[in-house]
Design a protein around this ligand. Structure first.
Ligand SMILES: N[C@H](CCC[C@H](N)C(=O)O)C(=O)O
Length: 267
């Protein structure tokens, strides 16, 4: 079955985007993982399936490189209005999102963050007593759900190597029954935070939009920052605005790379 796809990216977080509104494409963990494979497949951090929706303009389904379907992907959400050529309301497993085209990218209303331990989810309410072994040397983190689960460590001086070593240990800790995206943040100023993310189901990425949202919200809540905050990621900058009680607004670039065709029966 021959199908078209678009390769897109937001700050180097890259996606295979498939428009399945007219021709449904059955997606399995194995097929998503095979398409995402950078050696034997097309290659991407996340696979994005655009489907019809009864409650919004489109439904966006998100599959990590490990094949797991997840609730949110900020950088891909900025790619959808570019892919469709217009502002768009998007149904996701993490909630209803509004994405508006801007010059060179998009602004997205990412909805309100959630902090209840069972919404993250956490297996139990986390406090300093509960710091699991292996990362109890780190400062006590913040946990935020922005459609998907994030844990944020405000840990100055963390390197990509540190994140690559500690990230998978935290991602798979039993404290996180749905696993977790792991954020290592360094507050440079009240309006500028440097961020490295170990993404659930992917690993280190050049940028994580929901990680930027979770980190900005956690910093503002702790009084370390105030919106709008520039989040400096390895792939570039995102601007996140939020204040308690409001929804999160994320602004940043999105780009189309190339179009291709594939025989989906081969995956
Ligand atoms: N790895 C994330 C999904 C993609 C997040 C990231 N690519 C973004 O831009 O938000 C998760 O498992 O929840």
């Amino acid at each position: 079955m021959n199908g078209r796809f678009s390769k897109m990216q937001g700050l180097g977080n890259d996606f295979v985007v498939i428009d399945a509104r007219d021709a449904p494409l059955a997606m399995t963990t194995a097929r998503a993982r095979a398409i995402a494979d950078r050696h034997s497949g097309i290659g991407c951090d996340q696979l994005i399936l655009i489907e019809p929706s009864d409650v919004a303009d489109v439904r966006m389904r998100i599959f990590n490189a490990d094949g797991g379907e997840v609730e949110a992907c900020g950088n891909a959400t900025r790619c959808v209005p570019l892919f469709l050529g217009r502002d768009v309301r998007i149904e996701t497993a993490g909630g209803l999102l509004e994405a508006r085209l801007t010059d060179g990218g998009a602004t997205v209303d990412m909805g309100q963050p959630r902090f209840d331990w069972d919404a993250i989810p956490l297996a139990y309410a986390m406090d300093t007593r509960d710091m699991p072994v292996g990362w109890d040397h780190l400062d006590h983190p913040a946990a935020v759900n922005v459609g998907n689960p994030h844990v944020v460590f405000f840990q100055p001086g963390m390197t990509m190597d540190d994140a690559a070593r500690i990230g998978p240990v935290i991602e798979t800790d039993p404290l996180f029954p749905a696993r977790v995206n792991v954020n290592f943040a360094e507050v440079e100023r009240a309006d500028r935070i440097r961020l490295i993310v170990w993404e659930r189901g992917v690993g280190l990425t050049r940028a994580c939009g929901t990680g930027a949202c979770a980190t900005a919200v956690a910093a503002i809540r702790r009084g370390l920052a105030r919106g709008p905050v520039t989040i400096v990621l390895p792939g570039g900058d995102l601007v996140i605005d939020w204040s308690p009680g409001a929804s999160i607004r994320m602004s940043g670039p999105a780009a189309h790379v190339f179009d291709g065709t594939a025989d989906w029966t081969r995956f």
